[in-house]
Design a protein around this ligand. Structure first.
Ligand code: C2E
Ligand code: CA
Ligand code: CA
Length: 761
C-alpha cells in the first residue's frame, strides 16, 4: 500500500525516495535550471547518467554542457536557448562520461513561466537510451553492412565501406582509423585487406602480421578480443613518431575458423567498454559470414569460369573474351584464334597413367602461356585441346607464335622423373579475315587444326575455304557411309601379297578394304573412310564383313587348288575389345572351313600400348587361344613396351612402311628398322616389312634378317581375280624353287632335269 501523502518532512523524503526509485527504474533523471541565478539542480539519476555523482551538489549549466559530446553540444545549447524563450525541446545527444564512455540520452526540456509571465525556470528530463540506441544502431549498422556486402564490387571495396560504417556509429568511442586483415592459414599470418586512416609507415609495417605478433596477431592466435588502452608492450609494431593510441582487435571467426581480424583505434587511455565490444563483435561476425560467402562465391566463380586443372580460363570464359575482342569499339584490332591440340596425349595418359597425364597438361598449359604475350588470351577447351586469342601487330605474328608453340611442345616433358613426349597440331583462324562470329571462327580454327593433324601432326595450318569444303565433304561422306554399311554397298576386299623375302614365294595376303562411293563411283582412300567409320562406330560390323568375305575368298582359292595362303585381316581395336569378337571369328572360320592357323589378325601397335587396354589384351589372348595368329601392324609408330611385346601372344611384327620408305636414306629410320628386326628376331617373332618398293630395299632387309615383304615392289593390293593371276605365277615360283632343289638332288643322283620338268607340268 502506498501511504497517503502528508506535507511533512517525512512525506517529502518519502516522496523523494519514491521519485528516485522511479527515475532509477526508468533511467530517466530530471533537472531544473533557474534562469535567475543560473543555478542547476540535478536529480540523482541525472547525475548517474552523467557519471558525475561526486559533483552533484553545485552543478551549473556549463558543467552539464561540458559532459555533452563536443559534436552534439551546439545543438543542445541551441535547444536551451530556445527553451528560455518558451520553446520546448526533445532531442537525442551523446554524453561523455568521465570514464571515457559515451552514452546516448534523450533530453527534453520545457520552460516554466514566473509570476510576470517571464521565463523563470527551464525544467527537463534526461533519459538514458544507450541500450535501445545501441540496439537500433547496431541493427542499422548490420543492415548497412549486409547491404554493402551485396554490392557487386571487390571484397576490399566492401571492407572499406564497412569500416566507414563502423566509424559512423555515433556512440562508439573510436578514432576514424582501422583496418581489416584476412587470415592466411598456410603462412600463419594476417594480411592487410583494407584500411582507413593508416599512415604509410603502418601500411608497410602491417601489410603482413604473423600470428602472435602485435595486438592483431595476438587476437589471431588467441581468437579472443584484444584490447589495449594505450601503446603497451604487446604493441610490438613501433616506429618513430607513432602517436599514442589504443586498440580493439577483434578476431573474425566463423565457428572455430579464423578468417581475419578487425582492428580499430581508440584514443589513448580509453577504457574498455562492454557495449562497444558487443557491437564490434557483431560487426566481426557479420564480416565472417560476408567473407565466407564471398569466398564461396569466388570458388564457384572460379569453377564456373576457370579450368580447375590448369587454372586457365575455360571454354565459356574464352568465348566471352573473344566476343569482347570482336565487339571492341571503335574498331576491333585484328587477332588470330589458335586451336591447339596436343598430339599423342592419349598415349601418355594411357601409358604413364592419368596422374602423369594431368601433370603433363599443367606443364603444357604453362609452356603455352610462355609462348604468348600478356595481351593474348589462353584457354582450355577440353581434354588436350587449348585455344588462344593472339593479338596481331605484325603480319606474321600468328605464324611465328604457332611455330614457337610447335617447337616448344616438341621438347620432352619431365613427368616426375619420366619423360613424356608430345607435340601440338594447331589450326589458325584470322579475325576479321575469316569472319567475326565466335562459334564459326573457332570451328574454322578447329577445321584447320584437323587439317594440320592430317598433314602429319606437329605442325600448324591457316584456315582456308578448301579446308571448309574438305570438312563438309567429310561430313557428307560420314552420312553416306552410314547409309552404305548395312548392305556394304560399294565395298570390295582387295588382297595384297606377302612374299618370302628370299624366294619371292607368295606366303600370304593381307585383306584391304576398298570402297567406291555408290553415288559417283569415286574410290575413297581407305585411311579416310576407315577413320570416319571408326568415328561413327561402324568398324565392328565392317570388320566382321571383311573377315567373312576374305575367308570365303580364301576358301574359294583353296577349292580352286591353290596352295594354302595365310590370310591377314586388319581389325580395329574396337573389335578386340568387343567380348563377342572371338566367337564371331570362330563362327566365320567354321562357316568357311578355314584353318585358324592360316588366319592372322592385324592390330596396330598404337592400339595396344595403353595401360587401360587390359580388355583389349584379353581379347587378343582369347583369339590366340584359338590358334589364330596376331600381327602387330604399323610397328614402330607406337611406343609399346618390351613387356607388352613379351606378354602378348603376338606372332608377327609388321614394320611400318614409313620407316621402310626412309630407311636407306634417313639414319633414324635405318636405326628403327635395324633395331626392330633385331628385337623381333630376339623375341622369336616373324618380321614383315611393309611398303617395300625396290630391289635395294628388299636386299637390305634380307640382309637384316627380315622374313617377308609386302609392297608395291611385288604387288599392290589387287582384287580377287587379279590375285588369282599372281597365284598362278606363284605356282611357277614354287615349282621353280622345288625344281632347283630337285635339280641339285637329281644332279647329285645323276638324274636328268628334263624328266623333272615333265614331272611338274
Ligand atoms: P595397313 O594395314 O598398314 O595396310 C597397308 C597399306 O599400305 C595399304 O594401304 C597398302 O595399300 C599400302 N601399301 C602396301 N604396299 C605399299 C607400298 O609399297 N608403298 C606404299 N606407299 N603403300 C603401300 P591402304 O589399302 O590404303 O590401307 C590403308 C589402311 O587402312 C591400312 O593400313 C589399314 O590400317 C586400313 N584398312 C584397310 N582395310 C582395312 C580393314 O578391312 N579393316 C581395318 N580395320 N582397317 C583397314
Ligand atoms: Ca595391316
Ligand atoms: Ca601397316
Amino acid at each position: 500500500m502506498i501511504p497517503p501523502l502528508n506535507v511533512t518532512d517525512d512525506a517529502v523524503r518519502l516522496l523523494q525516495q519514491r521519485l528516485d526509485t522511479i527515475q532509477h527504474i526508468t533511467q530517466t533523471g530530471d533537472w531544473e535550471w533557474s534562469l535567475e541565478d543560473n543555478h542547476l539542480r540535478w536529480s540523482r539519476e541525472t547525475c548517474r547518467i552523467f557519471g558525475i555523482e561526486g559533483e552533484c551538489d553545485h552543478p551549473t549549466i556549463e558543467s552539464l554542457l561540458i559532459r555533452v559530446h563536443p559534436k552534439d553540444r551546439s545543438q543542445l545549447i541551441q535547444a536551451l536557448r530556445q527553451a528560455k524563450n518558451g520553446t520546448p525541446f526533445d532531442l537525442k545527444h551523446r554524453i561523455e562520461r568521465p570514464d571515457g564512455h559515451f552514452c546516448v540520452v534523450r533530453s527534453c526540456g520545457s520552460v516554466l513561466m514566473g509570476t510576470h509571465s517571464a521565463p523563470e525556470t527551464v525544467i527537463g528530463t534526461v533519459q538514458d537510451i544507450t541500450r535501445q540506441e545501441q540496439q537500433v544502431i547496431s541493427d542499422q549498422v548490420i543492415n548497412r553492412i549486409i547491404a554493402a556486402s551485396l554490392n557487386p564490387v571487390s571484397m576490399e571495396e566492401i571492407f572499406s565501406e564497412i569500416l566507414g560504417i563502423v566509424f559512423s556509429i555515433p556512440w562508439i568511442s573510436i578514432e576514424s582509423k582501422g583496418a581489416i586483415f584476412l587470415n592466411d592459414p598456410h603462412n600463419h599470418c594476417l594480411s592487410l585487406a583494407s584500411q582507413i586512416g593508416l599512415s604509410d609507415h603502418l601500411l608497410t609495417h602491417c601489410a603482413s602480421i604473423r600470428h602472435g605478433t602485435c595486438l592483431c596477431g595476438l587476437a589471431a592466435e588467441t581468437r579472443e578480443v584484444v584490447f589495449a588502452s594505450q601503446l603497451d608492450e604487446r604493441h610490438t609494431v613501433r616506429f618513430e613518431g607513432m602517436h599514442q593510441h589504443g586498440h580493439y582487435c577483434i578476431p573474425i571467426l566463423l565457428g572455430d575458423m579464423l578468417l581475419g581480424v578487425l582492428n580499430l583505434y581508440v584514443p589513448d587511455g580509453h577504457n574498455r567498454c562492454p557495449e562497444e565490444e558487443r557491437v564490434l563483435t557483431t560487426v566481426a561476425n557479420t564480416l565472417a559470414s560476408l567473407i565466407d560467402r564471398k569466398r564461396k562465391e569466388h570458388q564457384l566463380e572460379l569453377l564456373a569460369r576457370y579450368d580447375s586443372l590448369t587454372g586457365l580460363p575455360n571454354w565459356i570464359t574464352f568465348t566471352q573474351q573473344i566476343e569482347q575482342w570482336i565487339h571492341s569499339r571503335p574498331q576491333p584490332a585484328p587477332f588470330a584464334i589458335l586451336f591447339i591440340d596436343l598430339d599423342h596425349f592419349k598415349a601418355i595418359n594411357d601409358i604413364l597413367g592419368h596422374k602423369a597425364g594431368d601433370a603433363l597438361l599443367e606443364l603444357a598449359a604453362k609452356r603455352l602461356q610462355q609462348c604468348l604475350r600478356k595481351e593474348d588470351f589462353l584457354g582450355r577447351k577440353s581434354g588436350d585441346e587449348f585455344v588462344a586469342g593472339i593479338r596481331i601487330d605484325t603480319s606474321d605474328r600468328a605464324r611465328v607464335v604457332a611455330q614457337k608453340i610447335v617447337t616448344e611442345m616438341s621438347y620432352p616433358f619431365n613427368l616426375e622423373g619420366r619423360e613424356g613426349r608430345i607435340g601440338a597440331s594447331i589450326g589458325i583462324a584470322m579475325v576479321p579475315h575469316d569472319g567475326v562470329q565466335v562459334e564459326a571462327l573457332i570451328k574454322k580454327a578447329d577445321t584447320a587444326m584437323y587439317y594440320a593433324k592430317k598433314q602429319g601432326k606437329n605442325g600448324f595450318a591457316f584456315f582456308s575455304d578448301e579446308m571448309q569444303s574438305f570438312a563438309i565433304k567429310h561430313q557428307r561422306l560420314a552420312a553416306l557411309l552410314q547409309r552404305c554399311v548395312p548392305t556394304m554397298e560399294g565395298f570390295e576386299v582387295y588382297y595384297q601379297p606377302q612374299v618370302n623375302i628370299e624366294s619371292g614365294e607368295l606366303v600370304g595376303v593381307e585383306a584391304l578394304l576398298r570402297w567406291n562411293r555408290p553415288d559417283n563411283q569415286e574410290r575413297v582412300p581407305p585411311d579416310l573412310f576407315i577413320t570416319i567409320a571408326e568415328e561413327a562406330n561402324l568398324m565392328i560390323s565392317i570388320g566382321e564383313w571383311v573377315l567373312r568375305e576374305s575367308c570365303r575368298q580364301a576358301a574359294r582359292w583353296k577349292a580352286m587348288g591353290f596352295p594354302t595362303l595365310r590370310l591377314g585381316v586388319n581389325c580395329s581395336p574396337k573389335q578386340f575389345r568387343d567380348p563377342h569378337f572371338p566367337d564371331t571369328v570362330q563362327r566365320v572360320l567354321e562357316e568357311t572351313l578355314i584353318n585358324p592357323r592360316n588366319l592372322e589378325l592385324e592390330i596396330t601397335e598404337t592400339a595396344i600400348e595403353g595401360r587401360e587396354e587390359e580388355q583389349l589384351a584379353d581379347g587378343i589372348r582369347r583369339i590366340a587361344e584359338k590358334h589364330i595368329a596376331i600381327a602387330l601392324d604399323d610397328f614402330g609408330t607406337g611406343q609399346s613396351s618390351l613387356k607388352r611385346l613379351r606378354t602378348l601372344p603376338i606372332r608377327t611384327l609388321k614394320i611400318d612402311k614409313s620407316f621402310i620408305n626412309g630407311f636407306l636414306s634417313a639414319e633414324e629410320d635405318c636405326a628403327i628398322v635395324t633395331g626392330t628386326v633385331g628385337l623381333a628376331l630376339n623375341l622369336g617373332k616373324v618380321v614383315i616389312a611393309e611398303g617395300v618398293e625396290s630391289e635395294t630395299q628388299r636386299k637390305a632387309l634380307l640382309e637384316l634378317g627380315c622374313d617377308e615383304l609386302q609392297g608395291f615392289y611385288f604387288s599392290p593390293a589387287v582384287n580377287a581375280a587379279e590375285l588369282e593371276k599372281l597365284l598362278l605365277q606363284n605356282l611357277f615360283i614354287i615349282h621353280h624353287a622345288r625344281l632347283k632343289d630337285s635339280l641339285t638332288h637329281h644332279q647329285a643322283h645323276g638324274w636328268h632335269a628334263r624328266d623333272l620338268i615333265n614331272d611338274l607340268f
